[in-house]
Design a protein around this ligand. Sequence first.
Ligand code: ADP
Ligand code: MG
Length: 476
Amino acid sequence: MTSTDQERWARVRDRLRVEVGDDVYSSWFARMELEAIEEDTVKLSVPTRFLKSWVQSHYAEKVLACWQAEQPSILRIELTVRSAVIKTLPPKSKPAEAPAAPREVREHKGNGSELRSLSAPISAVHEALGGSPLDPRLTFEAFVVGRSNTLAHAAAKQVAQGRRGDAVMFNPLYIHAGVGLGKTHLLQSVAWAGNLSAERKVLYLTAEKFMYGFVAALRTQNAIAFKEALRTIDVLVIDDLQFLQGKSTQAEFCHTLNALIDAGRQVVIAADRPPGDLESLDERVRSRLAGGLVVEMGSLGEELRLEILKYRAAAARQHHPGFDVPPPVLVFIAKTVTHNGRDLEGALNRLLAHSKLTGQPITLEMAEREVRDLIRPQEPKRVKIEDIQRVVARQYNVSRADLLSSRRTANVVRPRQVAMYLAKTLTLRSLPEIGRRFGGRDHTTVLHAVRKIENLVSTDTALAEEIELLKRQLQD
Ligand code: ADP
Ligand code: MG
């Protein structure tokens, strides 16, 4: 494959992103990679079978069309599931080399015997109900707490420590954050901790599992036995809820959610966005989700990144005694690999692989070389509609509620139009979605506002400057 191919692929990705919008893009295409271009066929890969079947059934034509726009000679797109081992070695698929293999997590606490007793109740519950696999490394002990995740961690801990029959404090607990910021880690910690007490049964499911295992089981003849088993669950944990799709799945989800909450069972959910932004879910589910405790986890700060790296390096060392990462190297990685927790893990794995394969000590120079491609330029900040409303309201001295209200006095109409205009230009939200976020307005109202401000900006320099200023505030 040539670098032109990769550049072409980058342009196709840009096209796709524009076509489907940011959210859909990051849900389904972010992890798609170009494998090869052979004659009229483009070979792409994704990491899971689920992604493959989803993209194939929903977006095959779109992907092809985007390629053809760049390279008309392409006639076919071939999609495969890549085996993670051959590629860049994401650690979870490579347990033997992973820095913190199961035993080490326990040894880290100085209690090697815990692991066996801990897997037993998990597998029983999980097999019975088709739970998703749990990674033994993702425990509370291995979760580093910092400014960006204090609240989420505290809430998860609280949930994990609850006892059967306890009054449920916040239900559902809903945690949202971008990719690689620790959602899965925190949710699996809840599952491990809960099952460790043996008294409570925790079921951990990804939304894909929920769709393809759980809902399927509910529909078979075993449905009754299955529902019976479900009733014995004390805590239902669902990861990556943004992947939940389809009307009937939603209905089952909504039903399960209500039944469990009403029965005083705990529900814990993670997603990459707040409940209000789960556009494919219907309003009732969204509001039920928002009715518990909603916590956002922010990006990992440098200190937190350093702590995670220190923990990981120490854990890895237990398994690979020669693996000595000098502190400056850890600091270098923490400073430069800023993207998310996965890249941190990837960076350490590179160093580990290098030191194993070459037997050479780890130095700063070598680290710089090894992790170069993980150092990404900061992505432009994602602007949220909420932030736009807050900043605009402050600027014009009105309240956010005014912006969403139906009031039509001049002092709120203009700021509202400005806010809608900014929502359209700074985010990838559609007009109907923006309307919904502005007090349930029609998309034509939004369109009108956008056009209005566009026109004014070309003649009214004061307003144009004001808007530039607002943009800068939002984007810095
Ligand atoms: P998400 O589910 O939000 O995409 P993950 O939970 O899979 O992210 O986290 C990605 C990686 O970063 C995992 O290896 C995880 O253990 C690590 N990680 C993220 N946050 C923390 C943290 N606070 N402490 C320790 N490890 C973390
Ligand atoms: Mg996750």
